[in-house]
Design a binder for this molecule. Sequence first.
Ligand SMILES: Cc1cc2nc3c(=O)[nH]c(=O)nc-3n(C[C@H](O)[C@H](O)[C@H](O)COP(=O)(O)OP(=O)(O)OC[C@H]3O[C@@H](n4cnc5c(N)ncnc54)[C@H](O)[C@@H]3O)c2cc1C
Length: 411
Amino acid sequence: MPSRPRSTSRAGRGPSRLVREHELAAQAQAVQVPAKVDVAVIGGGASGLTAAITAAEAGARVVVVERALECGRSILATGGGRCNLANADLAAERYRHPGFVSAVCGKRFLEDVLGFFSACGLAVAEEEGGRLYPVTREASSVREVLVARALKAGVTLARGREAAGVSRASGGFDLELTPSFEGSRRETLSARAVVIATGGGEGSLARSLGLPLVDARPVLCPLACQGLDFPALDGRRTHVAATLMRNGATIRHETGELLFRPYGISGIVSFDLSRNALPGDRLVLDLLPEVDADTARELAMRGGTVGLLDNAISAQLGGRGSTAEDVVAHAKSVGLLVTGTADEKRAQVTAGGIDVGALDASTLAHPGTPGVFACGEAVDVDGACGGFNLAWAWKSGMVAGAAAARLAERR
Ligand SMILES: Cc1cc2nc3c(=O)[nH]c(=O)nc-3n(C[C@H](O)[C@H](O)[C@H](O)COP(=O)(O)OP(=O)(O)OC[C@H]3O[C@@H](n4cnc5c(N)ncnc54)[C@H](O)[C@@H]3O)c2cc1C
């Protein structure tokens, strides 16, 4: 009798979706999870699949424990469904804890990521800003090559199972798995090494193993602001130069597209600023970054604001009796107050997670709990928009997977 998925929240969207989930549940339930392996990777997303492939190709017996019915679902939504999988310029400075990222990823960061995907048979193309995509421009291609390579390497993909607990045992760890399909009992799994690849979240498994955590918070998301009539500007897009300031000092400067929303600002500029912004910070926007102040004034004297600014935006910037020159002068320096992040459910990344100070950068091991490794967003590393977060997931997965396989071989 085929099993049914316990959660129908996604399945409730339509009959074909329901049938698909039903099939996936049956396939997941049919997977025989070995009782004992060398490496258990918890989380079958971007970093977990990479860690598992690397460990298995190094000779380890590997299980990926994934709570969803398929591995790599998180990859499908990336880059608007196109998967911006890396960036041509993976400068460590584009990440939190650049020294740590540099020590983990080394000088061949980009080459290693591209080499990994080349070995998967995936062709990559570069777009504006050095953004790298699969040539298919389909995130599903990335997921599929990873899953195929993992299976070819002999990895067991134990999907539809949540790692509910992990504890130390002689020679390694015992994991308790809770299946997500009806009628299935809990399973146990012993592993010599464990890789935590659970993505952004509250980190309860890591905590239970004694790894110190930095509080998680959503980043790469919109910002709530005060200082303009935002509901009146909702949906307007403009190119800006934005400077984030705290106590008079510049914290960050970003240039790019900004989207006004009823609560404040969205778009890539706000996503990148959200990694550093705190309530109470000041944001100064130059809404005409490609036109210097003198030229803008002269153009405004000749033709008003229409050739320089969106009408709704210029209406916001002028008061009663304002001239076109006043409006463009204001546009060069619009002061806003940041009141917090907004629309956090759309946040692309969680900042916080396993404290980088607790990890060995050459292996991503936690020396305090020998046999435990971590990678991806579970670690307190986040990067800018543009492929930096996935690049970290792939490379940190490779480092943790290789080190976990080496340790398992020694045990
Ligand atoms: C909408 C969106 C778009 C994005 N676009 C891009 C982009 O274009 N480029 C880019 O660089 N970054 C992008 N990101 C960020 C990127 O997706 C993440 O940084 C990356 O997926 C992190 O990989 P990860 O393996 O650490 O975590 P994830 O990919 O989130 O994988 C974690 C996995 O662990 C599983 N899991 C968690 N806990 C358990 C448990 N206890 N037991 C079993 N399984 C568990 C989860 O189900 C999940 O499958 C985007 C993010 C979002 C949300």
